[in-house]
Design a protein around this ligand. Structure first.
Ligand code: NJP
Length: 235
């Protein structure tokens, strides 16, 4: 599929898997993250696998509104359109409310909640004008429930669910799609916590993203919850 996507948090984990998945399908991807060396290594790897030029690494902090606008402008200049925005970048800090650092709280709100707002806002004028486009939020089951030590993370993801739900209603007249993908625990280095026995692989979440993006244009997946079925040692 000859689609153009922007994927935030593309340097590792789920964002890397989503980028690889799109590129393997023939799409073109701008992959955003702060780690220049890792992004460039990914670009080289994909180029060596025959996808030369279809993955463009872009170093940026997703919490910057100016960076969001600039990446959208560059992408439109390079490829003429943006079909998909995947708001995937995220951070997790887990501690009881009594001990959670203010800086940790602020970072989760900035990366997990404000950044998806900024990047969606940056891409919306183009998508609304074209009356085509899909914004995919990588949320979490933490956006549908709560757990001890997860107050800040859950609050950021509940906020993201509210953003996704509201935006879906607002852009419906323009025939744009908004999907929130909510995985359970995934085998990445996220939040510095070791993966649980039952956990998904990054490519499982990428598979879901590719599926929802491939739905017929008349269809929108709203909230998609993805859970592991068998323990990691049996996968
Ligand atoms: O995390 P990780 P995942 N500006 O730590 C980037 C959600 N989720 O892939 O900037 C720009 O491997 C960072 O890049 P870098 C989770 O909430 C996960 O597991 O180079 N980029 C890296 O590419 C999140 O929304 C689990 O450090 C920034 C990426 O984000 C999404 O899945 C379960 C940035 C993080 O890679 C991806 O998480 C679940 C910034 N300021 C939901 N800050 C799970 N793993 O268990 C971070 O339900 N990044």
């Amino acid at each position: 599929q000859d689609k153009v996507a922007i994927v935030t948090g593309a340097s590792r984990g789920i964002g890397e898997a989503i980028s690889r998945g799109f590129v393997a399908e023939g799409a073109r991807v701008v992959g955003v993250a702060r780690s220049a060396g890792v992004l460039e290594a990914l670009a080289r790897d994909l180029a060596a696998a025959g996808a030369g030029g279809r993955f463009v690494p872009r170093v940026a902090d997703v919490t910057s509104a100016a960076a969001a606008r600039e990446v959208v402008r560059e992408t439109l200049e390079r490829w003429g359109r943006i079909d998909i925005l995947v708001n995937n970048a995220g951070v997790g800090h887990f501690a009881p409310v009594a001990e959670l650092d203010e800086a940790a709280w602020d970072e989760m709100m900035a990366v997990n909640l404000k950044a998806p707002f900024l990047w969606s806002q940056a891409v919306l004028p183009h998508m609304m004008e074209r009356r085509d486009g899909h914004i995919i939020m990588i949320s979490s089951v933490a956006g549908t429930t709560t757990f001890v030590n997860g107050a800040g993370y859950c609050a950021s993801k509940w906020g993201l669910m509210a953003l996704a739900d509201t935006l879906r209603q607002e852009v419906r007249p323009y025939e744009l799609r908004v999907t929130a993908v909510c995985p359970g625990s995934v085998q990445t280095h996220f939040g510095g916590t070791p993966p649980r026995d039952y956990s998904l692989r990054p490519e499982d979440v990428a598979h879901t993203v590719l599926e929802v993006a491939a739905a017929p244009r008349r269809v929108v997946y709203g909230t998609v919850i993805v859970r592991p079925l068998v323990p990691a040692d049996r996968q």
